[in-house]
Design a protein around this ligand. Structure first.
Ligand SMILES: [Zn+2]
Length: 100
């Protein structure tokens, strides 16, 4: 995941010359297969319930995709920066954590 940050920005307002730079943020979602040999977590779980911490998300009509799950996880991550640990589950499969 790439985010754009500016060292001069505070509370969304730029107090000096704005200079946004791209920062690669490691994803808390690790459900993507890392190799061709590895089985895809999504296979058979496209219609499973996604749990991110305390939040529960119903599958979309056409099923989950890795990109979609990652967006939910990243959104949750942004709202929960208080240091409490949380995990990601697709059905019964663990596929991410705040600790990553
Ligand atoms: Zn700025």
């Amino acid at each position: 995941m790439v985010e754009y940050v500016c060292d001069s920005c505070q509370n969304q307002i730029c107090i000096d010359r704005c200079s946004r730079r791209a920062v690669v943020i490691p994803s808390k979602y690790i459900g993507r297969p890392q190799s061709e040999q590895e089985p895809d977590l999504l296979t058979g779980n496209e219609q499973s319930i996604l749990k991110v911490g305390e939040s529960v998300y119903q599958p979309p009509q056409h099923g989950w995709t890795h990109d979609l799950i990652e967006r939910y996880v990243n959104a949750y991550d942004k709202r929960h920066l208080n240091g409490d640990a949380w995990d990601v589950y697709l059905g019964s499969h663990w596929c991410g954590s705040s600790e990553i």
